[in-house]
Design a protein around this ligand. Structure first.
Ligand SMILES: [Zn+2]
Ligand SMILES: [Zn+2]
Length: 897
């Protein structure tokens, strides 16, 4: 649908779509802007242009229109006070990680808190009516503007003023009346300054008129009246109309402060502290002028760099002021913004990574560090985290609990960035040498494939400027989740299946066949659990035919059979395989136990990423930044088994979704979004509470034992735990114990062998002196002493042995000592070393043929290998174990030739 078309239609009938009581009471005039043509409502007779095209645009900078000054949290206090005084319930913020919608990673608007997706429809569930909520929202599409424009944030607080028009709630008249009084009575803004601009909003198949309200050119809020659905001209009125007024808290603070940028007043004392620390050299007046120029001209130029250059020229800033004033200041603004975004996201359980929503968090973190390094700003990340949480905890006390976890994750992720820079540097140097001109798509490709940020390339002078569209283009690629479509089987006219496994759960039952086709059967009721939530389906028999798979299509359970199917209309006897079901059930409850155990041991960022439960094994994928250590795995397993031993009660209750969320928080969505109004809550006393449709044991002791068999980092930010529970765990322990016993036996045998060898070595060592004494006394001829053959002739004595009792240690020590004691002697020892034979040769006095080197070479050649050394000592060997004697014979021959 075309927004302009809707706006034209609505503005053609302003009495119907825009005129509210307040306009009449306060004598508001409707005018059309000569510049942009938009219609607006004002009390000021002299105002002829819309707020964005007026001369007073952004004139609140340096000259705020209020007497009171409110910073970020004070501004919220004023707003909350005003709306609660006027019958609104103040609701705590929802997580910034949007666990209740599978089409969004992050909460992008306050209304999202109360939207639930049912099929293709979005429904609203309000915990009260009317509501006021200070909802932090994460948006990454304007990243290039953050720090530069004075008003763009990667996360901001959207005040949601929400109402359903019924006995409690209100519609347009009261909404605009409240907003007008908020600005005039609570904030003290002169009513002449308040301008309403006609606009429309459309999305998700519904649409309505809206009134944006401005003060001095700054849009403070937008009241959307969602009331229609369908196509324009062919539309109908919604059953549930909604007032969705969203206002930027940052802007409320800014307009009362009149600081050069919103960043100066929305981070508590942090911005100023950092500015003092870094030392920015620029006059406040010049800054105000500069940022007014930026704000006014933002839409006039194609990109933010050009806007900036024009502002610099128009204000007349010299190069010095830009380099030592504007640039580092923008860096500080960016850093303070980015780290606040990370604090909210990590507190709510998100991790920076290269997949899904984590992608944008990694970009933000790397950009922040890159900016610090590029500008040479020495800032302590932990100190900044502390300052933010100290300031924010009055408004968001839950951040305090996560202080340590936020620091852990940011530190892990910063280190990872530093490590990756080593690789980045190599690639970058290469690029520099090639002198390629890189466009924004090249840069995106480089970030996607190698994690190289443009900040880093700029730091190395490889690119002159970061393309202004880089970050927005990149984050667009990773904005929303792609939801996959399930394959459809034609079942339009089939009645929904009664699910017996949620009731008495009989393992044998009679049912009527409502449909049968190919290999599929649909019954009127079933106790066969259909595959879902990572739990594998039940097996068994229907009318004697084997059930091999069970799936849910909408509310119809489809059984897949093997070797035949019963006929439609038949009454069939069904048997669920109990052993399989029990195995799966134990693994399922164990998944819940392990998930909470892992969170308790590792940190609050642990969420179930996915899970799989079979009869004899299961796996649980958790969100974690690094691979697990053995120690951590042991602790998780111990903690899980403690819960098993405590025999905790597992309770299953159905709640209205909103009630469950309020009672237990969003932790219940470990298994993802629940697309029904009534959620099934499975709680293991107060240890673990999850929304889950699976089958569970009644008490944890039924599980008996949980064993983690393997863990593995399967992707960035996700670790897999493979485990077994119940009988499968006992089986695992048994085989594992058998393996252990075998390993122990082998180790003992090896130890015995080693001991024996050591003993032999010691004995041989003792034997050497006496052997040598005996050998020295031998006369001409051949004799054998302790398996060493000694031949003495022509003033030469040759000793050799192939005895298995001598090892390398002996040969070396014996040979060495023998030729020292008897310089006439030569020695050749051959021994087995694993698959080969080795030889050690010593020669006391030597000649051309009669030397250790020549003998070792000749012997080794016969043994089928190589040898060598010097005249005195040489060694070698080969594989021909049968040629031992031949080799010795050759050695002897060489000595006595
Ligand atoms: Zn205009
Ligand atoms: Zn579950």
């Amino acid at each position: 649908m075309d927004k302009a078309e809707i706006l034209a239609k609505f503005s053609a009938d302003p009495d119907k779509y825009y005129k509210v009581n307040l306009f009449e009471e306060q004598d508001y005039q409707r005018k059309a802007c000569p510049t942009c043509g938009r219609f607006f409502w004002t009390i000021d007779a002299n105002r002829n242009y819309c707020p964005e095209d007026s001369d007073d645009t952004y004139s609140f900078i340096g000259d705020p229109p209020t007497l009171k000054r409110f910073d970020y949290s004070q501004a919220w206090n004023e707003i909350e006070l005003f709306f609660t005084k006027n019958g609104h319930t103040s609701v705590n913020r929802y997580p910034v990680v949007c666990r209740w919608r599978d089409d969004l990673y992050f909460t992008i608007a306050s209304i999202v808190d109360f939207q639930r997706v049912m099929g293709s429809k979005v429904v609203f569930e309000f915990p009260a009516n009317p509501i006021i909520v200070p909802q932090p929202c994460l948006r990454f599409k304007d990243l290039e503007n953050v720090g530069i424009t004075g008003r763009h944030f990667s996360s901001f607080c959207m005040i949601g003023q929400l109402s359903i028009p019924n006995e409690q709630g209100y519609w347009k008249d009261e909404c605009i009346d409240l907003d007008f009084r908020l600005l005039t009575n609570q904030f003290g803004i002169n009513k002449n300054e308040i301008v309403f601009v006609e606009d429309v909003w459309e999305g998700g198949g519904s649409f309505g008129s809206s009134l944006e309200y401005y003060v001095k050119g700054l849009e403070l809020g937008n009241a959307v009246f969602t009331e229609f659905q369908g196509e324009l001209g062919n539309h109908t009125v919604l059953d549930q109309k909604i007032i969705d007024m969203g206002a930027g808290l940052e802007r409320f603070a800014w307009i009362t402060m009149g600081t050069p940028t919103a960043y100066d007043c929305c981070f508590g004392p942090i911005t100023e502290k950092l500015i003092d620390k870094v030392g920015i050299d620029i006059e406040p007046d010049l800054l105000s002028q500069y940022f007014i120029e930026i704000a006014k001209n933002q839409e006039k130029y194609p990109n933010i760099l050009e806007v900036k250059n024009h502002a610099i020229a128009n204000v007349g800033l010299d190069q010095q002021k830009v380099l030592q004033g504007i640039n580092p200041l923008e860096g500080i603004y960016l850093i303070v913004d980015h780290i606040r975004t990370l604090i909210f996201a990590i507190s709510d359980g998100a991790l920076p990574s290269n997949v899904g929503g984590g992608y944008n968090l990694r970009i933000v973190l790397r950009r922040m560090i890159g900016t610090m390094q590029r500008l040479g700003l020495k800032l302590d990340l932990n100190e900044m985290i502390d300052m933010h949480i100290d300031y924010l905890k009055a408004m968001y006390p839950e951040l305090e609990e996560k202080r340590a976890d936020v620091k852990t994750i940011i530190s892990v992720e910063s280190k990872r960035y530093e490590e990756s820079k080593i690789r980045m540097k190599k690639i970058a140097i290469n690029l520099k040498a090639k002198k390629h001109v890189l466009n924004v798509n090249d840069l995106i490709r480089m970030y996607e494939s190698d994690g190289i940020t443009p900040d880093y390339l700029k730091e190395l002078d490889i690119i002159p400027e970061i393309p202004p569209t880089f970050y927005s283009k990149l984050s667009e690629l990773h904005q929303t989740v792609n939801t996959k479509q399930k394959e459809k089987i034609p079942l339009e006219n089939t009645a929904e299946t009664e699910l017996l496994f949620y009731g008495d759960d009989p393992r044998e039952f009679e049912a009527e066949v409502l449909g049968s086709f190919d290999k599929y059967v649909v019954l009127d009721k079933t106790s066969f659990y259909a595959r879902g939530g990572g739990q594998e389906p039940d097996h068994g028999t229907i009318s004697g035919f084997e059930v091999v798979d069970v799936n849910k299509h909408g509310n119809v359970v489809v059984h897949e059979l093997k070797d035949g199917i019963p006929k439609e209309g038949e009454t069939v006897h069904c048997i669920v395989n109990s052993k399989r079901r029990e195995g799966i059930t134990k693994h399922h409850t164990s998944t819940h136990i392990l998930n909470s155990s892992a969170r308790n041991i590792l940190g609050s960022w642990i969420w179930q990423n996915s899970a799989f439960k079979e009869e004899d094994h299961a796996r649980l994928d958790i969100t974690h930044h690094s691979a697990l250590t053995e120690e951590q795995v042991k602790k998780i397993e111990e903690s899980a088994n403690k819960i098993v031993q405590k025999d905790m009660k597992v309770t299953i209750e159905n709640f209205d979704r909103g009630t469950a969320e309020q009672k237990y928080g969003f932790r219940i969505y470990q298994g993802g979004v629940v697309p029904v109004k009534s959620v099934r809550i499975v709680s293991i006393e107060d240890f673990d509470v999850e929304a889950c449709g699976g089958t569970h044991v009644k008490k944890t002791k039924e599980i008996d034992l949980i064993k983690i068999t393997r863990t593995k980092r399967i992707q960035d930010g996700v670790v897999r735990l493979e485990f077994v529970a119940g009988p499968a765990a006992q089986e695992y322990v048994k085989t594992h114990e058998a393996d252990l016993a075998k390993q122990t036996a082998e180790a003992t045998a090896k130890e015995e062998r080693d001991n024996l060898r050591d003993q032999k070595k010691a004995e041989s060592r003792l034997k050497i002196p006496s052997l040598i004494e005996q050998i020295k006394e031998t006369k001409t001829g051949t004799t054998t002493i302790d398996e060493i053959e000694v031949t003495t002739a022509d003033a030469v004595r040759f000793c050799c042995t192939t005895s298995e009792q001598y090892d390398e240690y002996f040969h070396i020590n014996f040979g060495e000592k023998l030729i020292k004691a008897d310089p006439q002697a030569l020695y050749c020892g051959i021994f087995e070393a694993g698959p080969t034979l080795r030889t050690i040769v010593y020669a006391g006095e030597f000649s051309k043929n009669r030397n250790a080197d020549a003998i070792a070479k000749a012997v080794s050649e016969i043994l089928g290998g190589f040898g060598g050394g010097n005249n005195r000592f040489a060694q070698g060997g080969g594989k021909n174990k049968s040629k031992k004697d031949e080799a010795i014979k050759k050695a002897k021959q060489m000595v006595f030739e």
